[in-house]
Design a protein around this ligand. Structure first.
Ligand code: HEC
Ligand code: HEC
Ligand code: HEC
Ligand code: HEC
Length: 156
């Protein structure tokens, strides 16, 4: 065979060999097919435990209810029943053990995050009652008129 055919051939073989050798060193030992089907079982086995050990940040409202009965009952009976306490109070992991109190945010921004009326809302967002933060009872904190745990326009 001529040189100009052989040279790229050797080069291709060298590249394939280099990849195979590198793979031998780089791929973790527990990476492979774990289970009977290739489709979902091609992964690193140790990764399962790593995710189990991953610390979650949120408790969920069922846990809050054990100690904060009043807010939880109100919240469950209100239009805010579908949103989580931690949406407004921040992640509750380690509360109350290590973190004595969770954040109480009285800012207009907290509420406007969901209630600012958007010019071009998605269909889901337009189902959420919106107000214009620039004009609606300007500068006053929302909680002065709306109970965050029991928002009801009758009382506003
Ligand atoms: C095991 C009981 C317990 C659980 C569960 C718990 N809390 Fe608390 N929480 C407390 C205690 C105790 C305090 C301090 C009360 C105080 O000093 O008035 C507190 C304080 C707070 C405060 C501050 C109150 C203030 O007046 O400053 C907020 C807000 C709060 N918790 C929200 C939550 C939320 C949201 C959850 C769920 C993610 C939650 N808590 C879960 C017991 C609990
Ligand atoms: C829409 C945002 C929002 C949600 C959702 C929410 N909170 Fe609050 N929370 C507030 C605000 C704002 C205050 C301060 C109220 C005030 O100053 O009148 C507050 C106050 C509190 C306090 C202090 C005592 C009080 O009533 O003022 C506790 C405890 C508390 N929330 C627990 C909870 C728990 C438990 C849930 C879930 C069941 C929850 N919150 C859901 C915004 C929220
Ligand atoms: C995570 C998103 C979210 C946040 C943050 C939030 N809300 Fe809401 N709010 C909702 C949803 C969802 C509804 C119920 C919409 C429905 O069912 O039509 C609602 C309903 C309301 C209503 C009832 C409106 C009516 O038509 O009767 C008021 C008032 C209200 N919220 C005030 C507040 C205030 C004040 C705050 C801040 C303390 C706040 N919201 C924070 C999502 C949010
Ligand atoms: C001075 C009292 C007051 C303050 C402060 C206030 N509101 Fe209101 N809000 C009302 C009243 C009264 C209504 C019902 C009549 C109206 O739409 O003006 C209302 C209506 C609403 C509605 C229902 C709108 C609709 O079309 O269904 C939402 C949502 C709302 N407010 C959210 C907020 C948020 C978020 C804040 C803070 C950024 C806030 N409000 C501050 C008194 C207040």
């Amino acid at each position: 065979m001529k040189n100009h055919v052989l040279r790229p051939l050797w080069l291709a073989i060298a590249v394939v060999a280099a990849v195979l050798i590198a793979r031998e060193f780089l791929v973790p030992e527990d990476f492979g097919v774990h289970g009977d089907s290739f489709t979902y079982n091609f992964y690193r086995l140790g990764n399962v435990q790593e995710w189990k050990d991953f610390q979650v940040k949120y408790q969920g409202r069922e846990r809050c209810a054990r100690c904060h009965e009043e807010q939880s009952e109100n919240n469950a009976a209100s239009m805010h029943a579908i949103i989580q306490c931690e949406n407004c109070h921040g992640p509750g992991v380690d509360h109350p053990k290590k973190i004595k109190k969770l954040l109480i945010d009285g800012s207009r921004e907290l509420c406007l995050r969901c209630h600012q009326k958007l010019a071009y809302p998605s269909s889901q967002r337009s189902a959420l009652p919106g107000i214009d933060g620039e004009t609606h009872k300007k500068k006053k904190e929302c909680r002065k008129c709306h109970d965050p745990h029991l928002p009801d326009l009758e009382d506003a």
